[in-house]
Design a binder for this molecule. Sequence first.
Ligand code: LLP
Length: 462
Amino acid sequence: MSRSAHPAGPRHADVLPEGHHLQVPEDLNALDPKVWSATTERGDDGVLRVAGLDVRDLAQEFGTPAYILDEADLRARCRDWKEAFAGADVFYAGKAFLCRALVRWIAEEGLNLDVCSGGELAVALSAGMEPSRIAFHGNNKSVAEIERAIDAGVGRIIVDSYEEIARVAFAAEQRGVVQKVLVRVTVGVEAHTHEFIATAHEDQKFGLSVSDGKAAEAVRRILKLGSLELLGLHSHIGSQIFDTAGFEVSARRVVALLAAIRDEHGVELPEIDLGGGLGIAYTSADDPQTPADIARQLTEIVKRECHAADLTVPRLSVEPGRAIVGPSAFTLYEVGTTKELDGLRTYVSVDGGMSDNIRTALYDAEYTVSLVSRASGAEPVLSRVVGKHCESGDIVVRDAYLPADLAPGDLVAVPATGAYCRSMASNYNHVTRPPVVAVRDGKARVVVRRETEEDLLRLDVG
Ligand code: LLP
């Protein structure tokens, strides 16, 4: 553990579990650019600014908690992916965060969109997303969802089961159209990530297995159906992945199946989709790869494997969600109470919690946090940022150092909350969900408004 710059040393550093890699920060005011969005900066007064806007003004105007989304940062990430995967297709995975403004931004930046429910499809269509640029996922799409997707002219449906092949084929046939599909295959890769977000090992709900022959059988069935056009194969191995070895194995197994399909049916499928999953930095300890790195590696593996199998190299697509929107937002909270436990840690209660960020409770996710409304020279204290919900698992940031003089009324910000925070937000305890405020070039606008008590009561019709 590194030593603190403060003569008194950090307080309570000794209570962290063995092997915990939380570093005592040299400078509590430093903003690690890996974790904070591109236009964030701290002024001489210690106040955080984003897109040139003072967070105290944002809190005043929009209230707290609020997700503050840095539009320029997000658009730059879209461009990085688009550029890195030139000659391939990038589908932004809307499950990470979706609203109409964001649909327009990604479309303007040349990205396509992956949706996985009728609700996500509705948002995409209502924002004017070109249906042919939408891919529709899900392991149990309803017949109504399938029909709606086909009626809308969705570019591709990723089929996940035999039942679904029959359902999509029937709906397409009834409408006299030919629907483009990909088969979601599971390649048997153990992705090194949390069990709940790993998806390519055999013992889970998604996809058709390559190893037991079910994926090959799905292809056989689809090729016999006149209302389906098989574009190719899809594999998503999991999320928050740093090690590219899993993608390599996945690409190799998918290409091997393409070769087997060519041998059996005499057709070379034109596309493969290797899913999303690239990890981001939630804390300074994380070291993610760039889109350019991952693009180079994936395209090389696919080319190499295709040449070895004497296959024409198929068109590649990828589906990043977290890596596009995750680092572009932070959550702004106001501190309500602090509780110092001698020799242990300080609990800092903020005005949100597990309803706006379930990831800490659900996946043991690590985050960092900073005091952002003023400067402080106080010593760092091991702290736990908790919410206002009625359970002790309501933790936003499990372990982080905050200045000892942190007090009610201070604003704190948790970076890298753009992905899977608003989209997984709940109304637990009837707490209303925070707004998403987009900031760009000195201007702020609400793109998803704060939920109100009227919103909650409107659903309660008893
Ligand atoms: N494509 C497919 C088929 C997926 O299932 C997913 C994520 C993605 C793309 C995008 O993955 P990304 O690039 O965002 O890692 N709620 C969890 C993540 C669940 C991801 C589910 N599928 C979390 O908060 O970490």
